[in-house]
Design a protein around this ligand. Structure first.
Ligand code: DAH
Length: 344
């Protein structure tokens, strides 16, 4: 029996040593220390032993059992620790790995331009006004000194719904609407961005739908020099401090006198190059002193009030500022084009 116990002990200890995980160790524990295990069996057979042998074998069986238990417990701690370490190693995060890029959208270049123009004029005391894209003939033409048979209506080929209703051809009707709201009392100082529509064939510089930004300042004693000062401020804020402007005589039915405003070429600093067609100047907007008849039609006393107005194309501003060669880029929504306007 003594040999049997020693044999069992060696066998069990060898298995403990060989156990590679908690589960197989648990099997060894149950097999050797459990109630149905071989040691219990040995103890059951003790009845056949002599009175002297019984306590000796009993003691030995207990010692063997204790020895196995000590080893199993110690190995269990080791295996559990190893399991935790393995888990930690597997789940560890390498904080030095580069993160996954988060791709964000970008603002449309026209949105950027409109916001920049608004910012420049808000800084000069203007506020933003809006009007409808579907406009009545009266505000789009008549209130701007363009009666029904006026030849200048041909300058702006229009999309009509009915004789009286059309898609606005410019943002100037917002001038008339805003003045009306002020009921003959100045100052009126607004900037009006919005979509406009014309029956044009689309090409690199024409689009049947585009954006304009209108400006209007009506008050007592507003003069041409105010117009020039405000536009110069704007040109420097939008294009750069080194830019100059010049006014050239022109014609619009709603302003008198009317001017075309050029900004000095940013490419050659006014010396003349391919971009400015050797002139040193680039045309950017139309402007003038609000025609007395336009003031009167919208309820302002033209002997007391005067004003200036201007209108510019947002696409043209964007094309000049970002060196874009085709107006259709703004409307075909190629992400390769749009993504170039992401903020750094
Ligand atoms: N409405 C004009 C156009 O679409 C632009 C314009 C010119 C607006 C002179 C104005 C202005 O307010 O004073 O061509």
């Amino acid at each position: 029996m003594k040999e049997r116990l020693e044999e069992l002990r060696d066998e069990a200890l060898a298995k403990v040593k060989a156990a590679e995980d908690v589960k197989s160790l648990q099997e060894v524990r149950v097999a050797y220390l459990g109630k149905k295990g071989p040691i219990t069996e040995v103890l059951r057979g003790m009845g056949k032993l002599s009175a002297e042998e019984r306590p000796v074998i009993g003691q030995m069986a207990n010692d063997v059992r204790d020895a196995i238990k000590v080893e199993v417990d110690a190995k269990e701690v080791l295996l559990e620790q190893a399991a935790i370490e393995q888990q930690l190693a597997e789940e560890s995060i390498d904080v030095t790995l580069p993160g996954r890029p988060v791709s964000s959208g970008s603002r449309h270049p026209l949105t950027i331009v409109v916001e920049e123009v608004e910012d420049a004029f808000l800084g000069l005391g203007f506020s933003v006004a809006e009007g409808p894209e579907v406009e009545v003939d009266y505000y789009n033409f008549e209130a701007l000194n363009l009666p029904k048979d006026h030849p200048a209506r041909d300058m702006q080929d229009s999309f009509y719904f009915t004789d009286e209703l059309l898609l606005r051809t410019h943002t100037s009707p917002v001038q008339a609407r805003t003045m009306e709201k002020h009921e003959g009392k100045g100052p009126v100082k607004v900037i009006c961005p919005g979509k406009v529509f014309r029956r044009d064939d689309d090409d690199a510089t024409h689009s049947h739908q585009f954006m304009q930004i209108e400006g209007l300042y009506v008050d007592e004693h507003v003069r041409m020099s105010d117009l020039k000062g405000v536009l110069e401020q704007f040109a420097k804020a939008f294009f750069g401090e080194d830019r100059e402007i010049r006014l050239r005589p022109s014609f619009f039915p709603f302003t008198e006198p009317s001017v075309e405003v050029d900004v000095s070429c940013g490419m050659c600093a006014g010396k003349g190059c391919r971009i400015c067609k050797q002139s040193g100047w680039i045309e950017v907007l139309g402007a003038g002193m609000v025609h007395p008849r336009v003031l009167e039609m919208s309820g302002f006393d033209s002997t007391k009030y005067s004003g200036f107005a201007f209108g510019m194309g947002a696409e043209r501003l964007a094309m000049l500022k970002y060196d874009i060669d085709d107006i259709r880029h703004f409307y075909t929504n190629d992400v390769r084009f749009l993504a170039q306007f992401k903020r750094a």
